[in-house]
Design a protein around this ligand. Sequence first.
Ligand SMILES: *Cc1c(COP(=O)(O)O)cnc(C)c1O
Length: 565
Amino acid sequence: MSAIDAFRHEPRIAYFSMEIALRNDIPTYAGGLGVLAGDTLRSAADLEVPLVAVTLVSTAGYFRQTLDDQGRQTEQPSAWEPALWAERLEAMVAVTIEGRGVWVGGWCYVVKGHMGGAQPVILLDTDIEQNSDEDRRITQTLYGGDNAYRLRQEIVLGIGGVRMLQALGFEVREYHMNEGHSALLGVELLRRYARPAEDLRPGESPYDIPRVRELCCFTTHTPVEAGHDRFSYDLVQRTLGDVIDLTTLKRLAGDDHLNMTRLALNLSEYINGVAKRHAEVSRHMFPGYRVHAVTNGVHPFTWTSASFRRLYDAKFPGWCHEPELLVRADCCMADTAIWEAHVEAKRALVDAVKERTGIMLQPDHLTIGFGRRMTAYKRPDLLFSDLGRLKNLAARHPIQLVVAGKAHPRDEPGKRLIETLHAHVKELAGVVTMAYLPGYDMDTALTMVAGVDVWLNTPLRPHEASGTSGMKAAFNGVPQLSVLDGWWVEGCIEGVTGWAIGDDIDAADGDAAALYQKLEQVVVPLYYQDRAGWIAVMKGTIAKSASFFNSHRMMRRYASETYVR
Ligand SMILES: *Cc1c(COP(=O)(O)O)cnc(C)c1O
């Protein structure tokens, strides 16, 4: 009996994602999108919503980040061994790429919930003897290579994935495209349900678009235009061939380029953005489409540190299944219990920073955390825009910083930001202690969001579709100080769940001043002068943010509104 047999007895939702953060040791994710996909599966396992996930095996991972003392990033492969974690599939399917057949095999990994549930994940793999060396590398590197490599990967994911599910005998009731990378699955479905030529009147299209739309839903994840894959029709014709006629493809995916987002939009009956604000922005970007909002969430158990798990287990039994129970956290938890749980998490952070960087943080100093992909719109340097003001602030009350994040190998401005931050570390020496942890991953993220006192988030509006790390902080009673973008537009109750930087109307050039002002006048004084007031905010964060911004609520919404329509 193979691992996959346990999952074929009932119809499932096929969840397609280019990246999935299955666990910390499996480096098949680059950032927020993958972590969200992983949390989606973990919630589906806990809630027993039948999914089957499809992704690429990415045997060379994303990359391992090393930083020299000036913050120059270099990337090494982050290889992993699927055989240690997953079972090889017996089925193989073929896709056509550049006119030749490419074999696609794969692996079955099982996401095991901590409450007994499980979900299968199909990891597609072209590293098969029958394939040429070049084709064997198609599923190797996540977001690696050029546009042609990316298109080959997306053919394997979308077209190969649908064929693999069929070969494995899955009955699929709905296909969920997590971002546009997998939109070619719709093209494969058009082909599958096409009417034979002899049934057609002259000039009639064989494709049953309404039928395919009925089977598909699509979640868009970024308002950044460059985040949407586009391929020239030259490249598409060379690579994809005539899998579907060009006129139909252009009608569905755009006249000038094959735009994967357009394709997904046109082939999906249900479309959603990942926060209310993001859905509004997406409606402007894609007029004529009905874009719903299903605000993201994070997986309760995964993103809660040991000390807070113990606290919740004692106070709110069942919170892992029903995180809504945490809504009472502000009324029935002792201040000392919350503070002690936080001190324990902070000690773990201090130890980790010492071990990984040699830097000694002070456990009783206000600690600000910032961890995310290093890219321009996230503005990791906003806090440093006026070093004099930052030094003055630190002279009155000590503050220390813990920062982490990778830049995409081809994101030069992102890489320069890491160097800039390292230069600031030197300039601030002796005034503000700052540690940059290399190799941001799920474990580092949990240690940071739980161990700092405040989680900082400074994206340029409206570029942050949702953001999820602030939600992780909330499960650990750590309030967020953030620009009003993404989920924070919904989550921020000023002084109750954290604090806003600026408002959501004024131009962004006032954000730095607003950040300093909020730190100087509200956050720092509250931390040092009113501990009970501070703990009240910690409780507000748990009661009002964690109870709501979790992936169980998100999955229950997908299950009841998206998958069952
Ligand atoms: C949560 C997480 C992210 C996404 O954080 P954002 O706040 O959405 O930017 C990225 N990388 C890792 C490792 C994470 O755990």
